[in-house]
Structures are given as C-alpha cells and as structure tokens.
Design a protein around this ligand. Sequence first.
Ligand SMILES: Cc1cc2nc3c(=O)[nH]c(=O)nc-3n(C[C@H](O)[C@H](O)[C@H](O)COP(=O)(O)OP(=O)(O)OC[C@H]3O[C@@H](n4cnc5c(N)ncnc54)[C@H](O)[C@@H]3O)c2cc1C
Ligand code: FES
Length: 245
Amino acid sequence: MEYYQSEIIFNQEIAPDIFLMEVTRNKEEIEPGQFFMLKTWRDELTLMRPISVYNVLPKQVQFMYRVAGKGTELLSNAKPGDAIQLLGPLGTGFPYKEVHGEIALLGGGIGIPPLFETAKKLKALNNKLTVYLGFKKELFAIDDFAGVADHLFIASEEGEEGYRGFITDLLRPEKFDAVFTCGPEVMMEKVWRMCKEKQVPVWLSMERRMACGIGACLGCNCDTIHGTVRACKEGPVFSGDVLVF
Ligand SMILES: Cc1cc2nc3c(=O)[nH]c(=O)nc-3n(C[C@H](O)[C@H](O)[C@H](O)COP(=O)(O)OP(=O)(O)OC[C@H]3O[C@@H](n4cnc5c(N)ncnc54)[C@H](O)[C@@H]3O)c2cc1C
Ligand code: FES
C-alpha cells in the first residue's frame, strides 16, 4: 500500500453521472476487488474517497464512479494532466484463485465496477463466466463485460434494454461453482440467501462509508460470525459463510 501522486489521463462521462477515469500508476500488484482512496482537491477537510479498481493496465489504472456528492463531484471536474493523490491498493479483494469452473458475477448499479477486473482475472484462469448486470435505467460498461463474459445477462428496472426487473430474478445459483457479487446491500442479501439455499459458495463486496481506508478509524464496521470487523481491511470482500445480515 502506497500513498503517491499520479496524473489523470482521461476522465469522461460515459453515462449520466457515471465517469470513467484513467490515471497513471506505480508498479504495485493490484488484486480485483481492491480499492484506492482518491483525492484531486487541496482542501484538507474533505477526506479522500474510496473507489474500486475497475481495470488494471500495465502502467495505468481505471476507476468508474457515480457522482454522489461533494467528493465525487470534485473528482468529476478533474481534467487530463491534473494531479491526483492515490492511497492503495487497499482491502481484501475477490478470491479469484480459489474458485474454478462455472463462475457467476452479479453486479448492481455502481457495484458493477469492481467486477470487471475480477472478470478479466477469472477468464485468464480459464473459468467459464456468466455475468449478470442490473441497472436502474441507463446502462454502462456493457461492451467491456461483453468482451470477457461467456454469457451476459442485463436487467434494468426502468430502462428499455434487457430484462425488465431485478437482475436477481435471472440468477440460478445452482448452475455455478461460485458467485461473486457487489451492489446495493438489499440486492446482495438476496443473492446471499439464494446461494445459501442452494449451497453455492458466494463472496460479497460490502460498501461502507470509509474515512481512512486503512483500518485506523473503525468507522466501517461489518458484522460477521467472528464479531465486528473493518470493511476496509478485512473486507470489502467477505465470504458469505462469515457475513451476518
Ligand atoms: C470499498 C468501496 C469501494 C467503492 N467503489 C466505488 C466505485 O467503484 N464507484 C463508485 O461510484 N462508488 C464507489 N464507492 C462509493 C463511493 O466511495 C461513494 O459514493 C463516495 O465516497 C461518496 O462521496 P461523495 O463526497 O461524492 O458523496 P457524499 O456527499 O459523501 O455522500 C453522498 C451520498 O452518498 C452516500 N454515501 C457516501 N458514501 C457512501 C458509501 N461508501 N456507501 C454508501 N453510500 C454512501 C451518502 O450517505 C449520501 O447520501 C465505493 C465505496 C467503498 C467503501
Ligand atoms: S475506514 Fe477507517 S477503519 Fe475502515
């Protein structure tokens, strides 16, 4: 884990309020499902914001984010050539080396980004990949996932494309050797219950508000069967066997 200054290569709006940002990076190993704390501003009172790794390239890393409030609004204003502070990679990612065979990735909304690097890594290890992406209305990242998935299912609650409804309606956990998921907690809880019922191993990436990202502030608690742990350090990815909803 390093703290360093990097440079923005591009920062484009790819769907309403959804941005794809590419920045230069150091040579650190980055695991899928890990995140960085990011900051483009000088104001010391506004904390760095946690954003997952979307796509790791040899000398760059890409982040995909939704403008949700002040921090992500400031990120969205950054221009190519601007400086950006990076702290990371942080947290425990998806255990892609521990699973084999038919793997399902299920993402909802802005929980989709951490699944792309995960999909690339799983594919490189010759797994069969089925990707389920759920949206409220506007789709994004579809072409990237189409390039790596063996099967791709899309659902949107209000949009015109794909299945009309919740992406969890399409999931059949019993077809898979493992399921990885990230998205709204209510969606992940449903996936967790469906997988438990069919005794399929599932890993979930839990989102919490994170002030420090490095395990120091104890502000990102998650309940597990082993007690309360830090989402930024022991997570954000947890096995469904230990999480408590
Ligand atoms: C490990 C991790 C990885 C993440 N990866 C991504 C990513 O790849 N792309 C992305 O768009 N977002 C991601 N997020 C969420 C992102 O960090 C928040 O949206 C961002 O910090 C909001 O900051 P803000 O200043 O823009 O909004 P704020 O003004 O701080 O908040 C705006 C609204 O968003 C809510 N909010 C803020 N932070 C969170 C949070 N962590 N979880 C749930 N609700 C929150 C607030 O309650 C408020 O309603 C991730 C969060 C975590 C913890
Ligand atoms: S964000 Fe500070 S301990 Fe997790």
